[in-house]
Design a protein. Sequence first.
Lengths: 261, 389
Amino acid sequence: MFSTLLATHTPPAAVEPCVQLRQLNHWYGSGSNRRQVLQGVDLSINPGEVVLLTGPSGCGKTTLLTLVGALRQVMAGSVRVFGVELQGSTRGQRQQLRRSIGMIFQGHNLLRCLSAEQNVQMGADLLPDLGYRARRDLARQWLRAVGLEDHLGKLPHDLSGGQKQRVAIARALAAEPRLLLADEPTAALDSRTGREVVDLLKGLARNQNCAVLMVTHDPRILDIADRVVRMEDGQLMDSGQGERLWGADRLPDTGREAAEG
Amino acid sequence: MSGFWQRRRIPLAWLLLTRQPARLAVALAGIAFAGILMFMQLGFRDGLFDASVTVHKLFDADLVLMSPRTMSSIGMAGFPRRRLVQVMADPAVVGTTPVHWNLMLWRNPETRRTRSILTIGFEPGDPLFTDPSLRAKAHVLNQQGRVLFDELSRPEFGPIASWFRQGRTVETEVAGKRVRVAGLVALGPSFGADGNMLTSRETFLRLMPNTPPGSIELGLIRLQNGSDPLLVAERLRQTLPDDVAIYTKQGFEEFEKNYWRSSTAIGFIFTLGAAMGFIVGCVIVYQILYSDVSDHLPEYATLMAMGYRLINLLGVVAREGLLLAVLGYLPAWFAGQGLYALVRSGTKLPVYMNNERSLLVFALILAMCMGSAAMAMRKLGDADPAEIF
C-alpha cells in the first residue's frame, strides 16, 4: 500500500541541497545567563537523503531540528531550507515553509479530541486543491501504510504508545512533506514496528525524494541512514556511515540516552 | 454548495467543545443563565413600559387632550372640560369623550383590605374604547353606584369576577362609598395600577366629590376618516390655550412610557440588570474558553508546527465562541418563554417574547461569546511550536 502511495511521485533530478546550514550559532538566555547551544554548525542535506543525528542529551540536537524546521528565529549564521533563507525571515515565511516540512515528535502530540483518521486528515488538510473525500481517503491510506487500518475511529487515549506514534507519523506523511524532521520516532515502538516505520521513512526518502533528518539513539535503524552525524556540545563532530560512528562502546549508553530524550 | 462540501474541514471547534461534555454542560448552563437573566430583565422593562399603556391602547381616540401638569397616569392633573367644546369647532373633529381618571381605594370584599384601583369615569353613552363589546355593557353604568370591574385585575382585589359569574351580588367600598359591580371588562393591570374599574361620570364625581367642577383629566378626540392627526393636533395647538397639551394617540402612549423610562429609576434598574447578566455571561464564557485554549495549547502549537496559520487557530476559537452562543441561547429562549408565562400568570403583566427582544438577547449573547473568545485568543500567542519538540 505504501509503495502504491509513493508510486505517484517522480523524484526530481535536482541535486541542490534542500537544507544548508552555514556557521549556525544559537544560544539561550543573555548576559551571564547566556548558554551557547549550537556553535558554528555546517550541514547540508540533499533531497532523498536520510541523515541520522545522534549525540548525548543536551548537545543541541533538538534545537537544531527546531531551527531547520523553521520553528525558531535564527540568531546567527545561515539556515537555508528549499532555498529560503531563514535568517531574518518573518513569522509568515516560516509558517509557509513549515507546510513543506513534516515533523514527527517524540511526544506524539495528537489532538485528543480527534480520532486517528481525523488526526491524520489534519495533515492532509494542508494540501491544496484536494476535496474532503480525497483528503479523508489519503488519511486512510497512510493509516493503512502504518498498519492502523483497524483503528481509524479510535481516539488517542484508546491507542497504545506505539500506535499513537504511528498515527503521528502518518499525520506527518499525509501532508506530503519534502523534508521530514523526526525526533526519536522509534523510541516508543517495539523492534518490529520500529523497523516497519523506519523502512517506511526510508521508502519515502527514496521514492518521494524527501530528505529525512532524524534524531535517534536507536542503533537498530542505522542501516537506513545514508549518513550519520554526531553532535557534541553544540558542534558537529564527524559524519559518515553509521557503524563507524556508532562504535560498539557507545551502544550501552543508548538506552539511557533515549530515556532522557 | 458541492464546492463548500468539498472544501469543508474537520469540525475541530465542535470536537474540542464536546470532548468534555461535563465542562460543555457547565458552560451552556452559564450562558443560558446569563441569557435568561437578560430575557427576564429586558422582559420586565418592556413589560413595564407596555403595561403602563395597557388602558391607553384601548381608547377610541385619534388625539388626546391632557393637562400640561400631568406627569403620568399615576398623577393626572385636571383641565377645563370646555376645551373639548372648543375642539369641536375644528372641521376634522367628529366626536369627543371627556374622561375622569384617578386612583381610588378599593376594599376587598373578602378580606376587607384596601388597595388602590384605577377608576375611569365617562358618560356611558360616549365611545370610550375601541372594543365594541364595552358599549353594550356601558348602559348598566347609567344607574348610580354601578361599576364595571376589570376581571384581569390582580387577585388582591378579591374574587370579584368569579363571584359575579356565580350570580352573586358583589358590593364593596370604593373611596369609602358603596358601589356594586354591574359587569366585567378585560383591560389588564399595569405597573401604575394593579386593577381597573369603569364607572359613569356621575358615580365618579360622587366617589371623588373634591373634583373641581368642570374639570376632567383626559379628553378623547375622534377625527374624520382620512384626517392627519399630526396636522389637526398642530392646528388645535394654535387655537387652544396653554392649559392643555395635545397628543396623538401614539404620542399619548409614548408620553406615559417616557415617564417610566426617564422619570423613574425602573428602566435604568432593569437595563442594569440585563447588563449584569451580560457581564456574568462574559466572565463565564471567558473562563471556559480560556481554560479550553490553555488545555489545548500543546495541540495548537502542534498545528502551528504543521503549518497551520495563527488565523486558522483564531478561527477555531471564534467558532467555539459561536457554537457556545447558539447552544447557550436556545435553552435561554425556551426557559424565557416558560418564565414569561409564569410572570404573566403571577403578575398579569404583558410580558411576551417578541422578535425584537429575541434578536437583541441573541446579539448580546453572541457579542458576549465572541468578545470572550477574542480575549481568550490572546492566550494562543503562548502556543510556541518550538516547545513541542
